[in-house]
Design a protein around this ligand. Sequence first.
Ligand code: SF4
Ligand code: FE
Length: 490
Amino acid sequence: MLMTGDQYIESLRKLNTRVYMFGEKIDNWVDHPIIRPSINCLAMTYELAKDPQYADLMTAKSNLTGQTINRFAHLHQSTDDLKKKVKMQRLLGQKTASCFQRCVGMDAFNAVFSTTYEIDQKCGTNYHKNFTEYLKYVQENDLTVDGAMTDAKGDRGLSPSQQKDPDVFVHIVERRADGIVVKGVKVHQTGSINSHEHLVMPTMALSEADKDFAVSFSCPSDAPGLFMVYGRQSCDTRKLEDGADVDLGNRKFGGQEALVVFDNVFVPNENIYLCGEAEFAGVMVERFAGYHRQSYGGCKVGVGDVVIGAAALAADYNGASKASHVKDKLIEMTHLNETLYCCGIACSSEGYPTAAGNYQIDLLLANVCKQNVTRFPYEIVRLAEDIAGGLMVTMPSEKDFKSDLVCGENGETLGDICNKYFVGSAVCSTEDRMRILRFLENICLGSSAVGYRTESMHGAGSPQAQRIMIARQGNIESKKQLAKNIAGIK
Ligand code: SF4
Ligand code: FE
């Protein structure tokens, strides 16, 4: 059953999710002005799936049930599926200019599905069946799941078992006949509060000494002992201002990250997908990270499309669109953005089937994709700020532009003064000029910068994590041999 966006939002109200923000427990978090844009944004993954014009990208036929499901709950069955995933993410980036959050679950499904198959083959465990049954439940109910990987990690120089406080990594604190009890946290979890479920994976490759940290499981967002603390964003309290609109830049949509706390959460046996098989932690991490690095070749490109459009509009509204340097900057932004898309499509096209049957992306190309994402959006934003001009950060507030307060000698209001002096080209109203500049402020420096800039740096792993993978996958020895062959070195 595919939910509509509204049905998804209503389904969140049925959960007893425990949320904290600004030192308080937030009971009606679904309607909270700071949180709601991230819920609206995720709701678009439901809304577009209901729109026939996007059915090919947004939905797929489940290989588990034969039913039509949202692509966010799909196990990729071909390289074509992998490419459609990237195209779907670009589409959603274009429609929201934000992080729409649901991809972490999709990437976790695909990583856990193939890894559990291989664990069962080697260890005789039952994880793959557990996970397959769970995924059917997710698909049938069209659920959103937070794919949770990043632990707090404490002292980065120490392994999990060497930490003074082991809780800085999620770990098993008790093994019972009917399940396990887990404790610890996952940090900066995208879309975690507005997910129905959490699918937890280890954060890194682990050795036998750290086997209590080699744990993967799922649980509902309102499981006893689970609670979340909302991560604040730059300019977030603007959303609390009365009648806030223009000053928000992106009034409707936003991203969301939270601290997810597992305070002795019980997980029944059927929801366990890894429990002590330390040698498989690294495989699970590498696959999830690979998929999520592919994802950035879609979502960030879609947001980039909106940034480029906004910069071009700012140039129009400033009356500067005919300047050759402005045209050239827009070309450069497009070149950078499409290069990211090329990477997303390339690692998908070079995908291959896993032993479990779902498709994995090309790891080297996915890591190159994400490495580029740690750089190009920064340059795109730099060029957007260059084109927009300083007004995007010095303009008076929306309240001033709308004020009736008389302040001029001839009875002009504060609003009259602002609207008179911030006029741009005749093609736009002063308000439209404000709107596009505030949008650029929001995406370059405000709350949406979390999703477009810093998430481009650290989401799906910080740059160094990709460099390690590029070193591992780059095969320098075979390249040396190529040079030897041609240079005549024996
Ligand atoms: Fe999806 Fe991109 Fe957000 Fe990750 S950063 S959840 S890939 S939109
Ligand atoms: Fe992310």
